[in-house]
Write a protein that binds this ligand. Structure first.
Ligand code: SF4
Length: 329
C-alpha cells in the first residue's frame, strides 16, 4: 500500500513542488513530471535520490517531491528516503526516461536531474556515459545539467578519463541507435564524439560566497561548450565575482583570475528561496548580481525574487532592472 502524503495528493504548493505540476492526460504519457522551471521545457531523471551537501540543500524541493512520489507508489522513489522522509543517500535508476528523450522530435530544453544530482558520488560514470550518448544523438535538443558536485563533473570530463569515456559513449551510441524509440535526426552524427557537445550546457549551483569561491573556478576549468551558474537559492550577497568590484582582503592575483573567469560564463540564473521555511533574500543582493552580469556582459535570468516578504514569480511585479530572462548567446 502506498503511504499517504499528509498534504493530500494534489493542490498544496510549497518548497517541495513549487517547480512542478503533474502531467495531465495530454502529457508525454510516460508518468513523468511537467516542469514549471522557467529556464527549461522538460525535466528528465534517469536516476533519482541524493544526499545534502551544501547550504542550498537545506530545504531541498526534490526531497519533498520525492516523498509525494513515493506516496503515489512510483517505483524509483520507494528506496531513496529514510523514515523521516529525508534523502537516505541511495541512488536508484528510473526506467523509461532515456526513451522519452529519444522519442522527442521537436527541439526543447531538457534539464537532466531535477530529482537528483547527476554527478552524485554514487552515480557510476558508466551511467553518465549513457546520458552523454543520448545527448550526442539528439542534437535537436539543448541539454542542461546543473550540479552541486562540479568537482566530480570536472573529473568526468577531465583528461585522465576522457579516452575511456569517449570510447564508452561511442559504444552506448551504437546501442541507442538500435533502440526502437530513437528518432534519428536528418543530420550526420559521428560516433567518435568529442565530449564537449555543442548542445550540452553545464552549470553549477551557488548559494553562498564560499560556494562561488569553490565552484566557479572548477566550472570554468571543466571542458564544456556552454557554462552557467545558478545563484538559487541565493542566501547572501555574492561578491568578487567580477573585476571592477575588488575587495581589499582578496589577494590581487585572485581578483584578476575572478574577473577573467566571470566574463567566461555564458549565463547566470538568479533566484530567492521559495517554500514555507524559506530563508530571506534581499533585493539588493539580486540587483548586485544583475549589475555584475551587465558589467561582464553575461546573460542573466532572474527566476523569482522576494518582494514585501513574499516570493514573486511574476516579472510584472518586479522592479524594471530585475525583468531579465536571457539565455546564452
Ligand atoms: S544536490 Fe540538489 S537534489 Fe541533492 S540534496 Fe542538494 S538541492 Fe537536493
Amino acid at each position: 500500500m502506498p503511504q499517504r502524503w499528509k498534504g493530500g495528493w494534489h493542490g498544496r504548493r510549497d518548497a517541495g513542488d513549487s517547480d512542478y505540476r503533474h502531467r495531465g492526460k495530454d502529457g508525454q504519457g510516460m508518468g513523468g513530471l511537467m516542469t514549471k522551471i522557467p529556464w527549461t521545457n522538460e525535466t528528465i531523471n534517469p536516476w533519482v535520490g541524493c544526499t545534502k551537501c551544501a547550504a542550498g540543500c537545506l530545504h531541498c524541493y526534490a526531497e519533498k517531491m520525492a516523498w509525494r512520489l513515493k506516496c503515489m507508489g512510483k517505483p524509483a522513489y520507494q528506496e531513496v528516503l529514510d523514515d523521516n522522509h529525508k534523502w537516505n543517500g541511495n541512488i536508484v535508476r528510473q526506467a523509461g526516461q532515456i526513451e522519452k528523450v529519444l522519442g522527442w522530435r521537436k527541439p526543447r530544453r531538457i534539464f537532466w536531474g531535477s530529482m537528483t544530482d547527476i554527478f552524485h558520488p554514487k552515480v557510476p560514470f558508466e551511467w553518465i556515459d549513457e546520458m552523454m550518448a543520448v545527448i550526442a544523438l539528439t542534437p535537436q535538443h539543448t541539454h542542461q545539467i546543473l550540479t552541486k558536485r562540479i568537482e566530480r563533473a570536472a573529473e568526468y570530463f577531465g583528461k585522465e578519463y576522457l579516452p575511456k569515456r569517449a570510447e564508452n559513449v561511442s559504444k552506448q551510441m551504437q546501442i541507442i541507435k538500435r533502440n526502437p524509440y530513437f528518432y534519428l535526426q536528418d543530420c550526420c552524427i559521428d560516433d567518435k564524439v568529442s565530449l564537449v557537445l555543442p548542445n550540452l550546457w553545464l552549470g553549477t549551483s551557488i548559494s553562498t560566497q564560499a560556494d562561488a569561491d569553490k565552484n566557479i573556478p572548477i566550472l570554468l576549468q571543466t571542458p564544456a561548450a556552454v557554462r552557467f551558474i545558478s545563484l538559487e537559492p541565493m542566501l547572501e550577497m555574492i561578491q568578487d565575482a567580477c573585476h571592477g568590484f575588488p575587495r581589499p582582503q582578496i589577494p590581487f592575483d585572485r581578483r584578476m583570475i575572478y574577473g577573467w573567469f566571470w566574463e567566461e560564463l555564458d549565463q547566470v540564473i538568479i533566484g530567492c528561496e521559495s517554500g514555507p521555511k524559506r530563508r530571506p533574500c534581499k533585493l539588493e543582493w539580486i540587483e548586485y548580481a544583475v549589475n555584475q552580469c551587465d558589467e561582464a556582459n553575461v546573460p542573466v535570468f532572474v527566476k523569482q525574487i522576494e518582494i514585501g516578504g513574499k516570493v514573486s514569480h511574476n516579472p510584472k511585479e518586479w522592479p524594471k532592472w530585475a525583468r531579465r530572462q536571457e539565455y546564452p548567446k
